[in-house]
Ligand binder design. Structure first.
Ligand SMILES: [Zn+2]
Length: 434
């Protein structure tokens, strides 16, 4: 053990976690939480399991601080999406080490970061690190589903808020190394769009399908609205994260209308990165009409995946929809929104990210980004935590995006080691020991 490097340690911990099947549903994350506790406790890290039901535990581990500084939380989730072994080159639960990569479901999303967080806190504990504020590691259940009833961070924040309360948190969401205009940037997610789906209910009058003229076909009417949704062109808005991102890549703008052009002038890839961050987006994805071929539907329901900018409201989006649709026999029924939160960009945690990247890749910079999806960070931001999605990864971002939630998911060992170094760096910077 004594001669083992942090690199070996994070690889073997990740392999162990991959070999514990935590596909959600059903999750069964308790075995992963116990595996982590068994690894952490011998190094003097306090561990507590919090579970709504016995088989779905969340682990919260901590090094207690002296109490006069900010707390830092490493947040990650132990559940994964499913995997179909028939699509994989290796057994998805093998954790096989092959060509410098650890293979298996969850390697990128996000058992790799779970393992790196655990190794970071364990190594600091055995070195005698005593932070000013608590250093906390939460490996939570139920991120991939998170429905009602919930078992993961949302439940933890509701039932045991003091266990995870922290001034700063590092979560998933970004950290990827991208090349823009010939320079390298590590993206740090400081904000997230809000997932705010709605159902468009279009009404008509039913009738026999053989006599269409005496009915009023709600499906045909809905088709026109679907076309309107596809043609929507919301007025662009310049959110602070996009403004700061463009400034970081050398394309400063002050007007939203100039953002895409300025980004494209630096690199078309930059334009792709901000395209969905300039307005709300609307993607119709599901439709429900008649249940019988020969019955004209009186009701058609179109489900629309809508993503709002942080701070944007459903009322604002609804005004846009109604002005495109005009008068008609329809309703817009909003489902509960999730996410849509942001953290400040000028913080000690940001400075820690910058000083880390300056150390490991002097030519690169950190650039803020708002992510189009959402993570568990919003549960923390809702009680004031500065939460960033930042786990630096050098793997080609296009490859990583293809592997997450897909076959042959794997993490580079170099990235796992880089992750451990980053988390240790952040803990030392925020913990302010020296
Ligand atoms: Zn994830």
């Amino acid at each position: 053990m004594a001669t083992r490097t942090l690199r070996d340690e994070v690889v073997s911990l990740l392999q162990g976690l991959i070999r514990i099947d935590t596909v959600n549903p059903p999750g069964n994350e308790t075995r992963a939480a116990e595996h982590l506790r068994a690894y952490l406790e011998p190094f003097g890290v306090d561990c507590e399991l919090y579970a709504r039901v016995p088989e779905r535990a969340n682990l919260v581990a901590r090094i207690r601080g002296t109490g006069d500084g900010p707390r830092l939380l490493f947040l990650s989730h132990t559940d994964t999406v499913l995997a179909d072994p028939a699509e994989w080159t290796v057994d998805p639960w093998s954790g096989e080490l092959r060509d410098g990569q650890v293979w298996g479901r969850g390697a990128l999303d996000m058992k790799g970061q779970v393992a790196a967080s655990a190794v970071a806190i364990a190594s600091l504990a055995r070195e005698g690190f005593r932070p000013r504020g608590d250093l906390i590691f939460a490996a939570t259940a139920d991120e991939e589903v998170g429905d009602d009833p919930d078992y993961g961070l949302s439940w933890l924040c509701r039932e045991h808020p003091d266990a995870v309360r922290a001034e700063f948190a590092i979560n998933e969401g970004a950290g990827d190394r991208v090349e823009v205009g010939g320079r390298a940037y590590y993206l740090c997610a400081t904000a997230e769009k809000m997932s705010s789906p709605f159902v468009l209910r279009v009404h008509g009058r039913s009738g026999h399908a053989s006599l269409p003229s005496i009915a009023d076909n709600a499906l045909v009417k809905a088709a026109a609205y679907v076309e309107e949704i596809a043609a929507l062109e919301p007025e662009p808005q310049l959110i602070p994260e996009v403004e700061a991102f463009l400034a970081a890549i050398g394309a400063p703008v002050s007007r939203a209308e100039d953002a895409l052009g300025a980004a494209r002038a630096v690199d078309p890839a930059a334009a792709t990165m901000i395209d969905a961050l300039l307005s709300a987006t609307f993607s119709p994805t599901m439709i429900m009409a008649s249940h019988k071929r020969n019955v004209i539907p009186a009701l058609t329901e179109v489900t629309v995946d809508c993503r709002l900018l942080p701070g944007q409201t459903q009322a604002e989006a609804e005004r846009l929809l109604r002005s495109a649709f005009g008068e008609g026999d329809y309703e817009i029924v909003w489902r509960e929104g999730q996410g849509g939160t942001r953290s400040a960009m000028q913080t000690p945690l940001w400075e820690a990210a910058e000083s880390f990247i300056a150390e490991v890749e002097p030519g690169a910079r950190v650039a803020p980004i708002c992510v189009a999806g959402f993570t568990d960070s919003h549960w923390l931001r809702e009680f004031g935590t500065v939460a960033y999605g930042f786990f630096p990864v050098k793997m080609d971002p296009d490859l990583a995006a293809r592997l997450v939630h897909s076959a042959d998911e794997r993490a580079d060992v170099d990235d796992l080691e880089l992750g451990v170094r980053w988390l240790r760096h952040a803990a030392l910077a925020i913990g302010g020991q020296s």
